[in-house]
Design a protein around this ligand. Structure first.
Ligand SMILES: [Zn+2]
Length: 253
């Protein structure tokens, strides 16, 4: 069970309309303390996705911290994480760079020094599953290009605004060259999670510390569905049995 925490703004004064999603700096500090005491090791989404694809390895008890949208206060939050050696991932809405209250291009380039990976979160934050294919492509591929222009390096992870995605949106993310994507799901992730719809747990203004501690213990939420994986694995196993592959052996055979 792997918790992938999702934060938005971390601020004493929530941005307009963000009250529900804004965590106070003192609450955030207590979450980071709990994380540091949990015995888990934080990794970025790209490190995690590499391991999900079989291309990389993970520490024994991983945890992930992510931020969506790109509120300017992410820099203070990243400082708190950095002081504890905790890397994180920021999913930036590229059309919001430099807007009042949001991360500037300069900040974006500096966050890397605080261990923050930058991923894309579309250009204008629409519900992607309600758009035409051409619009989806502009939002998905365009956001990555916008951010790469600022950062001067590839942007390899994507997060679906509002968590909304369907098969076509997921495919657009793959076709645009991203190597991973985060959903929301409000469930615990795991090693068989979908690399293009990684489950995350939304931290809200009212989320009690006890719930964060439960998530860090790998409880307090459902595990993300891996029905597709189970189906695929069952199919492969059935095929091996039928074909008599040597890795499926029966007693006495
Ligand atoms: Zn968002």
């Amino acid at each position: 069970m792997i918790p992938v925490l999702l934060y938005h703004s971390v601020n004493r004064e929530p941005p307009a309309g963000q009250e529900r999603w804004t965590v106070s700096p003192s609450a955030f500090a207590s979450h980071v303390d709990a994380l540091a005491r949990s015995g888990r090791t934080a990794v970025t989404v790209s490190d995690y996705a590499n391991a999900l694809s079989g291309a990389g390895t993970l520490p024994p008890r991983p945890v992930l911290v992510t931020f969506d949208d790109g509120f300017a206060d992410v820099e203070d939050a990243a400082q708190v994480l950095h002081a504890k050696g905790v890397p994180s991932t920021l999913y930036m809405t590229s059309g919001w760079v430099g807007r009042p209250g949001m991360v500037t291009a300069k900040q974006l380039t500096e966050l890397g020094a605080l261990g923050v990976e930058i991923g894309a979160h579309s250009r204008t934050h629409p519900r992607l599953d309600e758009l035409l294919a051409s619009e989806v492509w502009s939002e998905v591929a365009g956001a990555g290009r916008d951010l790469e222009d600022i950062l001067g390096r590839p942007c390899t992870s994507f997060a679906y605004p509002h968590g909304n995605h369907d098969r076509a949106v997921r495919q657009a993310v793959i076709d645009a060259g991203y190597r991973s994507a985060c959903g929301v799901k409000n469930a615990l992730s795991h090693l068989f999670d979908d690399r293009y719809a990684i489950a995350r747990l939304t931290v809200e203004a009212t989320t009690p510390l006890s719930r964060i501690q439960a998530w860090l213990a790998g409880t307090g939420a459902f595990q993300a569905s891996d029905r597709e994986r189970i189906r695929t694995r069952a199919y492969r196993l059935a095929r091996r049995v039928r074909l008599g592959f040597p890795d499926v052996s029966w007693p006495g055979r």
